[in-house]
Design a protein around this ligand. Structure first.
Ligand code: BV8
Ligand code: ZN
Length: 245
């Protein structure tokens, strides 16, 4: 069983502005494949092919098939104890901010409320040209979905080479700059600008805790590295907190 340092519990109890930043690893125990590492979906295909504007322009139907496949995967999965622990943490420490790179909506389903979705959400669609939300049922076997303006419909996610939603990323940067305690959970810390958030937080004086199965590009910059599954480590932290009060 992983040891949770008492110093961390003290820091949590005294934190004024805790922030969580999560990546695909926090959804792995729900059965959502990660991108890198064994079973990662980037192993089978190059992200530029499918999660990019060029990929979509070159082969919109292939890109849609890939997202429909991932949507079907995600419709059959549930939040895991790691998602629930973060939601419990937020209830206990209101004002906690949750930043996620994930597009699976599992944090919302687990009950988290103060969520910044950096890379959008696979459950939403929008028009590629005018950006208007598209709420009709998508059935690409029929004809390709188009907006009234004529634009192609696409998943409402951020692709490689695309800007992140301005208001979301600026709130995320501000949260990192103001954090006094920053948890980076289940991310390989490769994709920018998300990967810079824990570094910004550390430089601004936050105590940075990394929770991951393996070491990452972030580990050397973190103040504490808790090696293990997020679905084990996060509930352990909540158990330790609950034992005190
Ligand atoms: C932008 C949505 C610019 C779509 C995603 C060269 C250098 C630096 C940057 C770049 C560069 N070339 C290009 C760039 C920019 C690029 C980038 O960062 N590329 C990387 C690959 C180098 N970034 C962008 O393009 C971003 N936009 O920069 O715009 C710009 C500026 C001005 C004007 C115009 C444009 C947009 C990036 C967003 C891409 N979209 N997703 C979709 O999902 O289909 S990214 C996608 O991959 C995810 O959203 C996520 O962010 C990322 C995956 O990362 P992780 O979440 O970390 O997942 P990963 O599988 O990698 O790691 C899992 C981790 O969990 C591992 O560490 C593993 O050990 C751990 N783990 C596993 N199981 C568990 C666990 N941990 C705990 N418990 C477990 N059980
Ligand atoms: Zn349109």
């Amino acid at each position: 069983m992983i040891e949770i340092p008492s110093d961390l519990i003290e820091r949590i109890r005294n934190a004024q502005r805790p922030v969580f930043s999560t990546g695909a690893g926090v959804s792995a125990e729900s059965g959502v494949p990660t991108f890198r590492g064994e079973g990662g979906i980037w192993n089978k295909m190059r992200p530029e092919e499918l999660a990019s504007v060029d990929g979509f322009m070159q082969n919109p139907t292939l890109v849609w098939e890939w997202y429909q496949h991932r949507r079907n995967l995600m419709s059959g999965v549930d939040p895991n104890p790691g998602h629930h622990a973060i939601a419990e943490f937020e209830k206990r420490f209101p004002g906690t901010i949750l930043i996620t790179q994930n597009i699976d909506g599992l944090h919302d389903r687990a009950g988290s409320s103060n969520i910044l979705e950096l890379h959008g959400n696979i459950a939403r669609n929008k028009c590629f040209d005018c950006g208007r939300p598209y709420t009709e049922e998508i059935n690409i076997e029929d004809d390709f979905p188009h907006c009234d303006c004529g634009g192609k419909i696409r998943p409402d996610v951020v692709w490689f080479g695309e800007m992140l939603p301005q208001n979301i990323i600026s709130r995320a940067f501000r949260a990192a700059e103001e954090a006094d305690l920053f948890f980076a959970v289940g991310t390989s810390a490769v994709v920018q600008p998300a990967a810079s958030l824990p570094v910004i937080a550390g430089r601004a004086g936050a105590y940075v805790v990394e929770i991951n199965l393996d070491q990452t590009a972030l580990t050397s910059a973190a103040d504490l590295f808790l090696q293990g599954k997020s679905g084990d480590v996060l509930p352990r932290i909540m158990d330790e907190l609950n034992q005190i009060d």
